[in-house]
Design a binder for this molecule. Structure first.
Ligand SMILES: Cc1cc2nc3c(=O)[nH]c(=O)nc-3n(C[C@H](O)[C@H](O)[C@H](O)COP(=O)(O)OP(=O)(O)OC[C@H]3O[C@@H](n4cnc5c(N)ncnc54)[C@H](O)[C@@H]3O)c2cc1C
Length: 370
């Protein structure tokens, strides 16, 4: 077992609150319940982000009653802090995954991830989740010959499976994004953007409407075996259930289930949102409505919101909870992409823990048998 680089305090701390910018255009959080007494449930879910609430919603659709315990507010962890791209890709290519996991498992994983946007946009439509959804596709710029090769290979792979993915030449890339920086790009029409906070609140509301019990501001403190399965204790109350799902991701506390925290490396990721652009700049920059990332590295995302603000992913110190984003790097990147745009004033900033793993794959652990 690896040693965690540093333990997160409990309840999971984050000096950066839920992004105020997303609050400006998200419906309020649904009313949640107070956990009292000793209850029973078919499933207890610890963590009220996408993983926990999507689990609760899908269980409720099958008539299975769950109780969701969230230490803070709904979506307080990664789920409210995301950039907001709905992406059908994993970190590794299908060939890499096949070498790592074997052909059959890799195929299932790649297929499920490719259908991910359909699942998310399908839930949004089915439950009428108001989250500023835009499904115009995603643009990935090729920043180098190697990046171009990667995009070509990925595009061919998905085209062979009938997915709506195309290569764009430099002029089509410029027409959609307003930048001449890339010689080519790919456009994947499966993806799109959402307001991440609004989406997680919508999942909570939909799960509650289907019969799930959601308790915000209820940190689960202890998990122990009990007659009938497991007992989860929180705020002097408890829930007994045959099945417990721990959906705490990067905000996992080391003590709740010893060893689980060590499977993750929480790393800081930073987001900046500018003041609204003026009309001429809005007409020029990202006019196709797609977010733009490139093959360079993780933090290259740029999107333009409906109110004309530019939103970027930024990097900064990865293990320091109170550090600031590398704003100068962001400004240089934007000046390179959009010469003439001028320096932007960053009105909103936030950060969050991202749950990285040692092999850059998502992990699902079966922690114990009943
Ligand atoms: C800055 C940033 C940008 C991102 N951008 C994107 C993007 O554009 N596209 C994309 O696909 N992904 C993006 N991600 C990743 C994405 O947000 C996460 O993969 C996703 O939100 C994880 O959801 P989750 O439910 O697994 O975890 P979380 O949303 O982190 O939920 C875990 C919850 O568990 C709670 N918790 C922890 N311990 C306890 C306890 N003991 N009791 C009760 N509750 C507890 C926490 O409070 C937390 O709310 C981004 C992440 C960050 C931080």
């Amino acid at each position: 077992m690896r040693t965690r680089l540093f333990p997160l305090p409990f309840p999971p701390e984050d000096p950066s609150p839920i992004p105020a910018y997303f609050e400006t255009f998200a419906p309020p959080a649904p009313v949640t319940e107070k956990l009292e007494g000793d209850r029973h449930a078919d499933v207890v879910i610890v963590g009220g982000g996408y993983t926990g609430l999507s689990t609760a919603l899908h269980l409720a659709e099958r008539g299975i009653h769950s109780v969701v315990l969230e230490a803070r507010d709904i979506g307080w962890g990664e789920s409210s802090r995301a950039f907001g791209q709905v992406v059908p890709y994993l970190k590794h290519s299908p060939e890499h995954l096949a070498r790592q996991l074997g052909h059959e498992v890799a195929e299932r994983l790649v297929d499920a991830t490719g259908r991910g946007p359909d699942l998310v946009f399908g839930l949004i439509e089915k439950y009428g989740i108001e989250c500023s959804v835009v499904r115009n596709g995603l643009i990935f710029g090729a920043h180098s010959p190697a990046g171009l090769k990667t995009l070509h290979a990925r595009t061919r792979f998905w085209q062979a499976r009938g997915a709506p993915v195309d290569m764009l030449d430099a002029s089509r890339t410029e027409a959609l994004t307003g930048t001449r920086y890339y010689h080519a790009a790919s456009l994947d029409r499966r993806g799109g953007t959402i307001n991440p906070l609004a989406y997680v609140r919508g999942l909570a509301r939909s799960a509650i409407e289907r019969g799930a019990t959601v308790c915000a501001r209820t940190p689960a403190m202890r998990l122990m075996r009990a007659a009938g399965g497991w007992r989860v204790e929180a705020l002097g109350a408890s829930v007994v259930s045959p099945v417990v799902v721990l959906a705490t991701n990067a905000y996992t506390n080391g003590e709740f289930w010893p060893g689980l925290g060590e499977t993750l490396i929480p790393m800081r990721a930073y987001q900046l949102v500018s003041r609204p652009l003026d009309e001429p700049a809005r007409a020029r920059i990202l006019r196709g409505g797609q977010p733009l990332t490139d093959t360079r590295r993780l933090f290259s995302g740029v999107r333009r919101h409906a109110d004309g603000r530019i939103h970027v992913s930024a990097d900064g110190p990865v293990f320091d909870m109170s550090a600031e984003a590398h704003v100068n790097k962001v400004n240089r990147r934007l000046a390179m992409l959009f010469p003439g745009l001028g320096p932007l004033e960053w009105e909103y900033r936030w950060t969050g823990w991202v749950g990285m793993t040692y092999d850059l794959n998502a992990h699902l652990h079966e922690l114990a048998r009943q």
